[in-house]
Structure formats: C-alpha cells, structure tokens
Write a protein that binds this ligand. Structure first.
Ligand code: MG
Length: 412
C-alpha cells in the first residue's frame, strides 16, 4: 500500500478549507484537514513545497513512523503551521488504514466506548432577549449543552456575538458566531475586562432563572483575563454551576492556571491554540484543568492527540475537542471517531457547517437528540467532491483583533 499521489486542495465554500488527499497504488484515498484559520496558505505551502514530495513512495500503513519522520526530520519543531501539515498527513493515513481494514476508524482506535457524543452549540446575543432566543433556537435544534456569550454594555463589538458579525457583513443569519471575515484587513473589536467582569455573572444568573438548573452551560473567556481576573470570574460564576470556563487566560504561561485553580471550583477548559502535548504538560500533570481543548487538526493529527488525551485520562481530565467551523468536516470526523473510542470523553464543540460546505464534503456522521456519531462507513466517512470544491476558490480572510479604549492592542 504505497502512496503514489498527494494533492493539496484549497476550497472556500462558506469559508476557507485546506485538505490533503493521499491516494495509494491500490486506489485507496485518505483525507486530512490542514485548515489554519486566517493563515491557510502558509500550510498549503508547507505541504506542497516540503511534505508532498516526501510522501510519494512511502508505505501508507506506517502511521507512527511517518509522524515521527515528519516531526523530527524537519529539525524545526512545533508551531501551528508545521503541526497542521503533519496533522493532515496523519488523518489521511488513518483514513486509508481504516478503509483498508473495511472498518470505521473508531473500531481501529479500540471500538466504541459510548453510543454517541454529547455536543454543545454556541448561543449568543448582544442583549438578554436576543440571547434567550438563541438558547431556545439551539434547544430546538437538539442541543442539550449550550455555550453562552453576550455583549457587554459600552462595548461596540466583541468576541462571540453572532448578530454583530452579521451587522458587519459576517454572512448569513445564524445564531452562532463565525469570527473570520473575508477581506484584506482584520476587523477591529473593543475590549474592557473590568466592564466584562461586572456584566457576565448577572447574565448567567438571568440564564439560570430562565432555563433552569439542569442545562449544561459553558462560557469562553477567549484569553482576555489576567490570572487574578480569571480567578475572580471563576469564583463569581460558581453559583451558576458552569460545565466549564474556557481559555480564561492566555495559556503560553501554564503556571497562570495554578493561581486561577487555587481560587475557584469552576471547571476549566483550555488548549484550542495548543500544538503539542508539551503545551499541556504542566496543566495535566498538576491537575490545573478539567478539559483538554486541543483539536486533531492543530495538534498534529489523531496520533498525538490520542496520546495527549490518554495522558490526561490518568488525572481524570476529559476531552473537549475544539470544534468551530474552521475545523473542516474531515477534522470533525476524525475527532468524532477519537471521541467515540476514548474512555475520558467529555463533550464535543459543534458549530454546524454551512450548506455549501456540506456539498463539498460529503459526510456520514449523524446528529440526533444532541448527540453526534461518526457513522459506520469505512475510514473517516468523509468524501471530497472535487468538482464542487473547484467552484469556490480561496478568498483572503482574517480573524478579528482587539483594542482597549486607549488604543492598546489586547489579546483577542
Ligand atoms: Mg474557544
């Protein structure tokens, strides 16, 4: 089973996606997601110029060896561009191996540990009535767990609010939030951490009063707070029993989470921008978090994310894999297979892809009663319709960034 063809396909149906397609000499096809939101073409070059030539002639069965070869032989380790490229190769090889075995991938990873994956959706609103409508809409769509983001009085545009993105030309009317905007420059948003900290606890009190105690509620701090501010928010939110508080501080400094942890019992989730197990090492070993947010696409594939999550399992830390729309249907499928197989699955983020995306990527997962299942087709269960993909050429798009009232650039 020798790889004799490797193609990098860029398509932009509802947003940009980068997909690696490997074909073996016996005609099996494997797909891997290499999408790095807002920096897509850097990964395209890494793959086309440096990885594809190394793939031709390799034994497609040797997944671990190929991963170690790409990681170690580059000399330059880690980083989102490198790891997204290696991740795409890894996913494509698992897809091929499972197809060769005639099994859905989760069977090769140990078989199903559960019947389906609990998923959460993104509800948002600038004000409470709009937020409540959004939560109800998600419940009608079947979501049992809901992420809650709201506007902050005095701030014009902030992270996570769908209506403001629409007002700024962000696309179709939907209640979740697609932050990357097509255009030659990133959109500028506002930030004021003190105003945010004053506002958020009242929002969760109102949501609990309206929707009751049972519904799992999540919130994303999106890297904005200092450790002591995050500790204060976690403590203030304790009465409202959050499923998790996400990315409360920028996590380059793993030690910061120790301070947060000492002050609050609100569960903590972190790591959607992490690339390797080393970014999680202290957080897991010292039990400073409750959920691993790594994505199969940005952690270098199924192979290393599986090792990371199994390391986390030794400390009762669970999965909460990153699942925004910039994780392509291929990446989402890979995460669903992994989530179904591991013992310490926690929850899966699920922002539904747009209609055009679903025509480009033909998928076999199911979504029923708030639960995802990757389906039982051999491999990942995703086919790429290349004619459809060809209809949507790359369009430049950037994630937004933040400034404080005095003009200082702040974490976004
Ligand atoms: Mg997040």
């Amino acid at each position: 089973m020798i790889i004799d063809k490797a193609e990098v396909i860029v398509t932009s149906p509802n947003r940009n996606f980068v997909t690696l397609k490997l074909t073996t000499d016996d005609g099996l096809v494997g797909l891997g997601d290499a999408t790095l939101n807002g920096r897509e073409l850097a990964v395209v070059s890494y793959l086309r110029d440096h990885v594809v030539p190394l793939m031709i002639g390799r034994d497609a069965h040797r997944i671990e060896d190929t991963w170690q070869f790409l990681y170690r032989s580059a000399y330059w380790r880690r980083g989102p561009v490198t790891m997204a490229a290696i991740g795409a190769v890894d996913m494509a090889l698992w897809d091929i191996k499972a197809k060769a075995a005639g099994m859905p991938l989760y069977q090769l990873l140990g078989g199903a540990s559960r019947t389906g994956l609990l998923a959460y959706g993104h509800a948002s609103g600038k004000e409470l009535p709009e937020l409540f409508d959004s939560i109800r809409k998600h419940q009608e769509l079947g979501f049992r767990a809901i992420r809650v983001q709201t506007g902050v009085p005095g701030l014009r545009a902030i992270y996570g609010i769908a209506s403001q993105a629409e007002a700024a030309g962000g696309g179709a009317a939907r209640y979740d939030h697609e932050p990357a905007r097509r255009g030659a420059r990133p959109m500028e948003e506002d930030w004021d951490t003190r105003a945010y900290l004053r506002h958020v606890p009242g929002v969760f009190e109102a949501v609990r009063n309206e929707f009751g105690a049972e519904v799992p509620l999540l919130h994303d701090g999106h890297h904005r707070m200092t450790p002591i501010q995050a500790a204060k928010l976690g403590k203030a939110l304790e009465p409202f029993d959050l499923f998790w508080l996400e990315d409360c501080t920028p996590a380059e400094n793993q030690e910061a989470l120790r301070l947060v942890r000492q002050h609050t019992t609100t569960p903590l989730a972190i790591g959607e921008v992490f690339n390797t197990v080393w970014d999680f090492k202290d957080l897991i070993r010292d039990q400073l978090i409750d959920y691993v947010r790594g994505a199969v696409t940005h952690m270098g594939g199924i192979t290393p994310l599986r090792k990371t999550i199994e390391y986390a399992a030794q400390y009762q830390i669970k999965s909460g894999f990153h699942g925004p729309t910039d994780i392509s249907p291929v990446g989402m499928a890979a995460q669903m297979h992994l989530g179904l197989a591991i013992h310490n699955f926690g929850i899966q983020e699920y922002m539904q892809h747009g209609e055009k995306t679903n025509q480009v990527f033909e998928q076999s997962f199911t979504w029923q009663d708030g639960m995802l299942h990757p389906g039982d087709q051999p491999g990942l269960g995703v086919d790429l319709n290349q004619d459809e993909a060809g209809r949507y050429p790359y369009e430049q798009a950037y994630l937004p960034y933040n400034r404080l009232a005095d003009g200082t650039v702040h974490d976004w």
